[in-house]
Design a binder for this molecule. Structure first.
Ligand SMILES: [Zn+2]
Ligand SMILES: [Zn+2]
Length: 319
């Protein structure tokens, strides 16, 4: 499971930061969360050899394989990139469905974008509400309400619980390798020479899956703490430093310090600060501020990739 940050800035793009776009790669599926202006170009840069420095080690991303896009809210810095992606997919004759999820009104919004009519043939639009789970192979995605100046959602990306097949137990029970293994793995009982063997005889206890939470734009809110409970990675709005707290009351955002407090209360394992205002050319100030409260904090940079190893280790590595 991997996260690739395509845009780490907020509201205004800078030479170092694109606008919000977070890509999650899981079992060969690509999920995009928010799609700020220039997201497609960010994907191209990320995939190009020219991006050979320490950040984003030439992640090969085939944007034609993005199957699901989740939009936190309709501010332009989170949606303007949709036009480019839809237009280019259509130009390259995409025909397989691409699903776009967002709050009430997303359908009208997408239908009125200046893209060719043909593009609308492969786009499927879904209006979401809190707790309405989007499920797929091995994962579920859960929207939750955040607190911004317009209706806004965060998303939980959670791997489903798994039970490991304990081969040594199967061997000890004399089960021949092959079809019977698959049956047990699929939760079925088998009859072995008149003896009934159930999945519980050869499967481990349930192992909790990996969990990533992305807030989009939000003020600090209780709902994030609730939905981010025990997550591996919390990607939280951190538009400002707490030094500038007086300037943020009207904008519905969070400071690095406040994001750290949320991460701590949610018992998150790590915090990634995103939606960084253009006023912080040196974002170290934000990282230092967050680390005073929550040690495992990191400011997101464009093209940074973060990997979480399989449970139960859930080891996080940043590139
Ligand atoms: Zn924003
Ligand atoms: Zn916003």
């Amino acid at each position: 499971m991997k996260i690739i940050f395509l845009g780490s800035g907020g509201s205004v793009p800078t030479k170092d930061r694109g606008l919000p776009a977070v890509l999650i790669e899981y079992l060969n599926e690509l999920f995009l969360f928010d799609c700020g202006e220039g997201t497609l170009r960010q994907i191209m840069i990320c995939s190009s050899k020219r991006n050979g420095k320490n950040k984003g080690k030439n992640e090969k991303i085939n944007f034609m394989n993005i199957n699901k896009i989740f939009i936190t809210h309709f501010h332009a810095d989170h949606i303007a990139g949709l036009i480019g992606i839809m237009n280019t997919m259509n130009f390259l004759e995409r025909r397989s469905n691409m699903e776009i999820y967002g709050g009430k009104g997303i359908s009208n919004l997408i239908k009125n974008l200046p893209v060719p009519k043909d593009a609308m043939q492969f786009i499927k639009i879904y209006e979401i509400s809190e707790g309405q789970v989007v499920e797929g192979k091995g994962y579920k995605i859960i929207p939750f309400k955040t607190q911004h100046i317009s209706e806004s959602f965060g998303f939980v990306f959670e791997e489903k619980e798994k039970r490991k097949f304990l081969k040594e137990k199967a061997i000890a029970l004399g089960i021949p390798e092959g079809k019977l293994y698959s049956k047990l793995q699929n939760g079925e009982s088998i009859n072995l020479d008149g003896k009934i063997i159930g999945p519980e005889d050869v499967l481990s206890e349930s192992i909790k899956g990996r969990k990533i939470v992305y807030t989009g734009d939000t003020m600090p809110c209780e709902n994030t703490i609730k939905f981010a409970d025990d997550c591996d990675i919390l990607i939280h709005d951190s538009t400002y430093s707490n030094i500038d707290i007086d300037k943020i009351s009207d904008h519905g955002h969070t400071t690095a310090l406040q994001a750290a407090e949320i991460a701590k209360k949610a018992n998150a394992k790590s915090l990634f600060l995103i939606h960084i205002s253009q006023r912080y050319a040196n974002s170290k100030i934000l990282e230092d501020e967050a680390r005073k409260v929550f040690e495992n904090s990191c400011v997101v940079e464009d093209f940074m990739s973060v990997q979480i190893s399989a449970p139960p280790e859930n080891k996080i590595s940043v590139n």
